[in-house]
Design a protein around this ligand. Structure first.
Ligand SMILES: [Fe+2]
Length: 116
């Protein structure tokens, strides 16, 4: 959660430097991903299935963020905003790290399951 706040602050900084309103538009795709994750949580699933689903939903969101930050980084470079590109790339890398952590969680889950 702390990292997400940092990402938000970084975006607000970027918006300020470009004189853009950060409250501009809401992302309907991310809203949809959140809705799907919430409706999954309401399902009556066994613990193991629930864990798998939570990880899968979190990874879908991370992948969506990775895609967004990757594109934004490229656009910033293309437009000659090298400092902004660096900031966006930093967030991109952190999103990739978060995805990798989720991969490890998913792998541990499978290993634990194999042991039992
Ligand atoms: Fe993320």
């Amino acid at each position: 959660m702390g990292e997400t706040k940092e990402h938000k602050a970084r975006l607000e900084e970027i918006c300020e430097s470009l004189d853009i309103d950060p409250e501009g538009e809401k992302c309907k795709a991310m809203e949809g991903l959140i809705k799907e994750a919430e409706s999954f949580l309401k399902e009556d699933a066994e613990d193991d299935i629930r864990d798998a689903g939570i990880i899968a939903n979190a990874q879908r969101m991370e992948h969506y963020e990775i895609s967004g930050y990757g594109t934004a980084t490229r656009f910033a470079k293309e437009l000659g905003h090298s400092e902004i590109a660096k900031k966006l790339h930093k967030t991109f890398k952190e999103e990739e790290d978060a995805d990798e952590k989720l991969n490890k969680l998913a792998e541990n889950r499978i290993n634990e399951k194999a042991k039992s």
